[in-house]
Design a protein around this ligand. Structure first.
Ligand SMILES: C[S@@+](CC[C@H](N)C(=O)[O-])C[C@H]1O[C@@H](n2cnc3c(N)ncnc32)[C@H](O)[C@@H]1O
Length: 305
């Protein structure tokens, strides 16, 4: 039996036991693919790897990356193949078994895969990372656990974190964590009647929490600042035209707080919160169209129309 046949047989045995791969298809070292008949590759994977490569101050070979909710390993395996040291955390055995299969097929020694709930993340256990990937994960966590998770994520992040996440486009409801106020919506992850085994088989969903909380974009930015990130950016290119309007790729940088030589007293002042609505003066200056249209829109924004 050739090694190629051996790899395909192992892949097919895994599929027979756990079901097929459902994420981006990956080429295997023998030229076959994790998903027979599906062209390997996915523009989303290519896009995120581009962002990491562009923003990493060090070559990938000297970069330590954490991939949270690493699923079938499509990001972690690619980055490990490009030389980075990676830790992937995934809560579902059904998913991590597939990541392990591909990692072993490539003999990736700098990739460590851990089956764990990301909410238990700890710097004491894993150390610090130059890059933290939080892709397709944040919107599976509920409030307020999502804030505790962001605090832990910030603790392990020494460089920057990339989030690819849904945001709430509605006004949303208000939630509070001590003095801090955020807005967002509840999203149903599992039916209240779903059994534990059905939840485990929902391989793209939350682990166990029946609901998740989706921050508005402004509240997500505020939450990232609250947990210690010093600046936050949204990725516009490479573009992803097919992306839903409520899905964003956001980079949060863990820098140090600056102080101005020309105004040292500013260092003690808190940053203002990102506003949930655009400020009115900007609208007044920039609105196109007739005065009547301007007035209607301004009144709506002010909640009077
Ligand atoms: C929508 S998939 C996204 C996977 C991948 N990061 C991507 O962007 O394609 C969500 C993944 O997060 C995992 N997951 C969800 N909640 C988790 C938790 N609390 N701890 C660990 N993994 C979790 C799921 O099992 C699934 O693999």
């Amino acid at each position: 039996m050739t090694s190629s046949q051996g790899l395909r047989e192992q892949r097919d045995a895994l599929i027979a036991r756990d079901g097929p791969w459902t994420g981006a298809a990956m080429a295997l070292p023998d030229g076959s693919s994790t998903r027979e008949g599906v062209l390997p590759g996915d523009d989303n994977v290519r896009r995120i790897i581009q962002v990491v490569s562009d923003l990493s101050p060090k070559p990938l070979e000297q970069t330590r990356v954490l991939d949270l909710g690493c699923f079938e390993g499509q990001f972690a395996i690619e980055l490990a193949l490009q030389g980075a040291e990676i830790v992937g955390i995934e809560g579902r055995e059904l998913n991590i078994a597939k990541a392990r299969f591909t990692a072993e097929a490539y003999g990736l020694e700098r990739l460590t895969l851990i089956r764990e709930d990301v909410r238990a993340l700890q710097r004491e256990q894993l150390g610090g990372f130059d890059v933290v990937l939080c892709l397709g994960l944040l919107y599976h966590l509920d409030f307020p656990e999502v804030l505790r998770f962001l605090e832990r994520l910030s603790e392990v992040c020494d460089g920057f974190a990339v989030f690819d996440t849904h945001v709430c486009l509605r006004r949303g409801r208000t939630v509070r964590d001590g003095q801090r106020v955020y807005r967002g919506q509840t999203y149903l992850e599992h039916s209240p009647r779903a059994s534990a085994s059905k939840k485990q088989r929902s391989t793209w969903a939350s682990l166990d929490n029946p609901n998740a909380f989706w921050f508005t974009r402004a509240s997500l930015i505020n939450a990232l600042a609250d947990v210690g990130f010093t600046s936050v950016y949204e990725c516009e290119a490479p573009p992803e035209p097919s992306k839903r309007a409520d899905r964003r790729t956001i980079v949060a940088v863990k820098g140090s707080h600056v102080s101005l030589r020309t105004a040292p007293e500013l260092a003690a002042r808190r940053w203002e919160r990102a506003p949930e609505r655009r400020p009115l003066p900007l609208l007044r200056n920039h609105l196109p169209g007739t005065d009547l249209l301007k007035r209607i829109l301004l009144n709506r924004r002010a909640g009077r129309g």
